[in-house]
Write a protein that binds this ligand. Structure first.
Ligand code: DON
Length: 566
């Protein structure tokens, strides 16, 4: 248990620290276009700047978001990139809303017990190297998004990132730290070492320039030939050959068979707003709605602070117990849609006492006689424009530098999203999450995610786009931002600055940010919570429409960490 902690506390706290420009003032992470008609927030000033430049060249929020995503793959490759997957929630200017599922798929040769050795799941296999890799979905999802509502071409939104990869960018102390922490694993893969380590195999140092010529060439080939280059062309073939020689299961055919799925968003109501969340294979939309539904059964405005935090923690615990039991890829397993139903929340609320923690919580039975089958190290980008395009993209290669594998000649860091499956009942993944059959490995199945891109509407009009990075804390961060901004009417930047908590049922611990006042911490302990203090938790990005203006907000904790390190 101790090692899991150490590992995922590391992931959540420093997993998304990123490379920054010399001038990393908060204004560079979240920017409004010069005409005030569009806004972008990301965890990286290079990515935000390129997105804003794309708008200046006639692009809309959709073009900007895609340009930011490709740029993050250059400057923030330990968190996201085209070797990973993503979920996109988009509201187009014409009012249509789409949930684009670009999550990785397991290869056709994957099998339920592929990570079990001598009767025990081996985390090394699911996290590092060839077997950890799922078929990446981001390129196909961004292409779909571009076609749905972009004003520019794929080529025009990819080229700026390709140019930056070619020219190079300055490695920040924060990125240097991530490289150094992962160096031993990066060394195992020569093409990864060639990017992130110097010629003596030492981690590249802060303030040196990192050029990625292979990545630039891959981006340009995708820009010119479209996603076919990635899924049917050279990229797929090179990857297939490398996998065959290195014990992997992924074939070039798996790439050709990759499919973006259009999903039906989870729609819920909270505090007079309508929320659109991401459905399975994300657990995000379901549990954000569930937790808020539970909270609103109580008199939220008149609870003492400690009582309120206690209630949030209890609601999270019930939700994560359901997650571990019920949630998985809805193409493979029946996920009860009623988890997000208000009537189910009422049954849970009855079990919650405001005085004491509820002992021995297990998954509930959400089948309450309503239609119940849902058929058919990470980054969040928020972009919006005054034409009415709103984009929330959460994208990831999973843990730092994903599988650590870069296929020679491509420059692309490949994900280790296979670790998000439940390798074995009871075996924890890198975030300490356990799962059931619902999230067991199967050929072409998608691993369960916590990513929670969310769009918020008032009277049918979009007013907020938000999301976060940080494994399961993504769900908790999004819940808390929504609670404070929608129920308590805080400006979103203030909502994001509130001390955060996280409870994921297993382990049964209440993670609390150090900024939480000591008297509240004590009151929570008295109610039966075992507290774990984290210095800081999470990386959210949001855009809010306020008084007719777009207000982009990047995670204050990440900006602060980067400024301290630079
Ligand atoms: O999809 C998921 O839930 C995870 N793979 C996200 C990983 C993540 O947020 C890493 N960040 N610290």
């Amino acid at each position: 248990m101790k090692t899991i902690f150490a590992m995922w506390i590391g992931l959540v706290i420093v997993g998304f620290t990123n490379s920054v420009l010399a001038d990393d003032s908060a204004n560079n992470y979240a920017q409004v276009s010069s005409d005030g008609r569009a806004a972008v927030a990301t965890v990286n000033p290079y990515a935000t700047q390129i997105a804003i430049d794309v708008i200046a060249r006639g692009g809309n929020a959709i073009d900007a978001a895609i340009a930011a995503a490709f740029t993050l793959g250059v400057v923030d490759g330990h968190n996201s990139g085209i070797g990973g997957g993503c979920f996109v929630l988009v509201r187009l200017a014409d009012g249509r809303i789409f949930a684009i599922d670009g999550r990785e798929m397991a290869p056709a040769a994957a099998s339920r017990d592929m990570f079990v050795v001598d009767g025990k799941a081996d985390p090394e296999l699911s996290r590092t190297g060839a077997l950890a890799i799922g078929i990446p979905g981001s390129v196909a999802a961004f292409d779909k998004l571009q076609k749905l509502g972009g004003k520019l071409t794929f080529r025009e939104v990819i080229f700026p990132a390709a140019d930056l990869a070619e020219k190079g960018f300055v490695i920040s102390p924060a990125l240097a730290e991530r490289i150094s922490a992962t160096a031993d694993n990066l060394k195992k893969f020569p093409a990864s070492a060639a990017i992130y380590l110097d010629k003596d195999n030492n981690p590249r140092s802060a303030f040196s320039s990192l050029q990625q010529k292979d990545l630039a060439a891959t981006y340009r080939a995708i820009a010119k030939q479209g996603p076919d280059y990635f899924y049917r062309g050279d990229f797929a073939k090179k990857t297939g050959r490398w996998m065959a020689a290195n014990g992997g299961l992924v074939t070039h055919k798996d790439f050709a068979n990759y499919q973006v799925k259009m999903r039906k968003p989870i729609v819920s109501e909270f505090a007079g707003y309508t929320l659109y969340g991401f459905p399975p294979p994300s657990s995000g939309g379901v549990h954000v709605a569930q937790i808020l539904n539970i909270l609103e059964q109580f008199d939220l405005d008149n609870l003492a602070p400690a009582e309120r935090y206690h209630l949030i923690a209890e609601a999270m615990k019930f939700a994560f117990a359901d997650r571990a039991h019920w949630l998985g890829d809805s193409d493979f397993t029946k996920v009860p849609l009623s988890i997000a139903d208000k009537r189910y929340a009422q049954t849970i609320a009855k079990k919650i006492s405001l005085d004491k923690t509820t002992p021995n919580i297990t998954a509930g039975n959400p089948d309450i006689g309503i239609q119940h089958v849902m058929n058919k190290h990470t980054t969040h980008i928020a972009a919006a424009d005054m034409d009415g395009n709103w984009v929330a993209i959460t994208s990831t290669v999973n843990t730092s530098f994903g599988s650590k594998v870069v296929i020679p000649g491509t420059g692309v860091v490949l994900n280790n999203q296979m670790d998000d499956f439940s390798a074995q009942v009871g075996a924890a993944n890198a975030f300490g999450l356990v799962g059931s059959d619902a999230n067991a490995i199967a050929p072409r199945k998608r691993p369960l995610s916590s990513m929670s891109p969310t769009l918020v509407f008032k009277n049918g009009e979009p007013v907020m786009a938000l999301g976060a990075a940080g494994g399961p804390t993504i769900i908790s961060q999004v819940v808390q931002t929504l609670l404070y901004s929608l129920n308590d009417s805080m400006p979103v930047e203030k909502a994001m600055a509130q001390a955060r908590i996280h409870q994921q049922w297993n382990p049964n611990l209440l993670f609390v940010e150090a900024a939480m006042p000591a008297d509240i911490q004590q009151a929570l302990q008295k109610k039966g919570h075992e507290l774990k203090i984290w210095p800081s938790m999470g990386a959210s990005q949001a855009i809010q429409l306020r008084d007719g203006k777009l207000i982009p907000v990047a995670e204050p904790r990440v900006i602060l960490q980067n400024q301290r390190k630079n």
